[in-house]
Design a binder for this molecule. Sequence first.
Ligand code: SF4
Ligand code: FE
Length: 496
Amino acid sequence: MCMMTSQEYIESLRKLKTRVYMFGEQIENWVDHPMIRPSINCVAMTYALAQNPEYEDLMTATSSLTGRKINRFTHLHQSTDDLIKKVKMQRLLGQKTASCFQRCVGMDSFNAVFSTTYEVDEAHGTHYHENFKKFLTMVQDNDLTVDGAMTDPKGDRSKAPHAQEDPDMYVHVVERRADGIVVCGAKCHQTGSINSHWHIFMPTISMGPDDKDWAVSFACPTDAEGMYMIYGRQSCDTRKMEENADIDLGNKAFGGQEALVVLDHVFIPNEYIFLNGEYEFAGMMVERFAGYHRQSYGGCKVGVGDVVIGATALAAEYNGVEKASAVKDKLIEMTHLNETLYCCGIACSSQGFQTKAGNYQIDLLLANVCKQNVTRFPYEIVRLAEDVAGGLMVTMPSEADFKSGTVVGRNGETIGEICNKFFKGRPGVSTEDRQRVMRFLENICLGAAAVGYRTESMHGAGSPQAQRIMISRQCNMEGKKQLARNIAGIHNDNKN
Ligand code: SF4
Ligand code: FE
């Protein structure tokens, strides 16, 4: 088998013994849980679209390891064209789900770990690259979803991993055996962790000689002994638990997912270890993974942005204001901002280059500029969406009211009839359609989906300051100063 159908993917999750906790209790059937299932549907879409001939070119690739046809989400990028297709694929998925579809963290970790392990082996004579190639071949052949786990809890941010009061604040090795290592710790807000078959763990910051036990990277199955997850809640999430919930959810089918992933003395066999004490390579792995994921945001958030812009235009139409020049101008501004993000995603891809290991990496400066813009523009897009849509998106009565047969009026009118009368917009548009578009905007601007569009735009793939540090490192300020000296006729560097 090289590619699963979406149904096969969902069924494959049922075979795992993944330990999931929510609201203080273990969830046995988490695959069908109403708060979790929408996020599974999102990942399932990465399988469904790969089966569709219309999207074959974007959704599939030829494996550089086996020559077989694989899902692009398991691919090692072989050219700048591959990097561009990755961004286009993510925009497509964003358009189809209006959510975070989660599978990119695995793809980004594959490409970062592949190139970094090659360079670790070169420096240390280790065999991590071969380990990784074997692992990835298994992933590609079985079309697995893998979570790329990076963000440690970090405890006291002013202290390095080894200096923390509690050593578990960063994932670390607690025991070394002849056949492997035992690890402890946790990774926070892990996107798509529960519905992944495997996890790849990576360090979250650059490390020094005293951090050797924390400089560790490895793969492990999601249902490994000693591993469990505590589900992260989202704004308005319990609406999904309401009976027959539909319109009030805004996006019934799809959603994102984050969890705290805990490693409580998990044994990792040697063959799944990709870094083990070579602390000077921790930073390289972080930088590369973050770079790929910052590129990713120039695709996924743009696709979701397309849906937000479309919903805003519909809201304007339903309100009868679509011809107002101020509304048209706001929609143009939203489009301008959204396409600017796409430009960044495409630019950092087209300026990519081949790594020593052979796969392709994005231009790091442009990828960081991409993500820096993502920390701002979706906020402005959402602000404009709320401006155009009007306050109704947060003040409308519930779906149950619109459907209620309880009599309230002097002439026997029901609550449902009253709601439908007073919340009607332009003639020819059903009140229900207006409800739907308003609830979608509520969901994406400040409800459950805001995790994946708004706040994730700020902190996903690293918070804004992390990009500014990378921009300062990559911007070649000395080169720029020299350009100025050349033009201005300054022949002395005037250094103290
Ligand atoms: Fe993919 Fe975007 Fe979600 Fe990251 S935030 S996993 S890039 S959809
Ligand atoms: Fe993310």
